[in-house]
Design a protein. Structure first.
Length: 188
C-alpha cells in the first residue's frame, strides 16, 4: 500500500477496478484547506485518460509491473505477435492495446509492460520515432521548400503521413510514433 506522497510519473496503480498509469501529477497545498494531489491517469486497458484528485495522505494500491523487450513478428486475425528477446516466448496482443499499430515494422523492438504477479501484458510502448521509406506520394518539385505545404504519403507499412511537398517516393523519413507526424527526412 502506498500513499499520495509516493506518486510519480509512470507509476501504475489499481483504481476503480482498473489499472492506471500516472501520466502527470501535481501536489497542491492551498493557503486554506487540506493539501491534495491532482493527477492525470491513463487506463492501461482502454487507453482512456482521466483527471483525478486524491486527498493528501490517501492510500493507493500500487501495481507491480515489469518492462520487457519484445520484437514485433507479424499480424494476423489473432492479433499482433511479439517475441520475448530473452526467452523467445511469443505473445499475441489485440490491436486496441497498441497506440499506432500501422507504424509497427517487422523486426522492430518494443517495450511491453507486464503485470508482475499475474504475468499478462498491460500495454506496449513503441520507440519514440521510426524510420520508414515512402512507397507512394505525388512527385515533388525542386525548390518547393519555402512554405509549410504538406501532401499525403504512404510508407512501407501502409500508414499515411502528411509530409512536406519536397519529399519523393523512395525517400526515408523519421516519424514520431506518439503523434504519427513527419519529423525529418533521413539521408542514408
Amino acid at each position: 500500500m502506498a500513499s499520495t506522497s509516493d506518486i510519480r510519473n509512470g507509476m501504475c496503480i489499481d483504481y476503480n477496478n482498473d489499472i492506471y498509469s500516472v501520466v502527470e501529477f501535481l501536489h497542491v497545498k492551498p493557503g486554506k484547506g487540506a493539501a491534495f494531489v491532482r493527477t492525470k491517469l491513463k487506463s492501461l486497458t482502454s487507453g482512456k485518460v482521466i483527471d483525478n484528485t486524491f486527498p493528501s495522505g490517501h492510500k493507493i494500491d500500487e501495481v507491480r509491473v515489469e518492462r520487457r523487450k519484445f520484437q514485433y513478428l507479424y499480424q494476423d486475425d489473432m492479433g499482433y505477435h511479439f517475441m520475448d528477446n530473452e526467452t523467445f516466448d511469443q505473445v499475441a496482443i489485440k490491436e486496441e492495446m497498441i497506440e499506432r499499430p500501422n507504424l509497427l515494422k517487422e523486426g522492430m523492438e518494443v517495450d511491453m509492460l507486464f503485470h508482475a504477479t499475474e504475468n499478462y501484458p498491460l500495454t506496449l510502448d513503441m520507440p519514440q520515432h521510426v524510420i520508414m521509406e515512402i512507397t507512394y506520394t505525388e512527385p515533388g518539385v525542386r525548390g518547393d521548400t519555402a512554405t509549410n505545404v504538406t501532401k499525403a504519403a504512404t510508407v512501407e507499412t501502409g500508414a499515411e503521413v502528411k509530409v512536406p511537398i519536397f519529399i519523393n517516393q523512395g525517400d526515408k523519413i523519421k516519424i514520431d510514433t506518439r503523434t504519427g507526424e513527419y519529423l525529418e527526412r533521413v539521408k542514408e
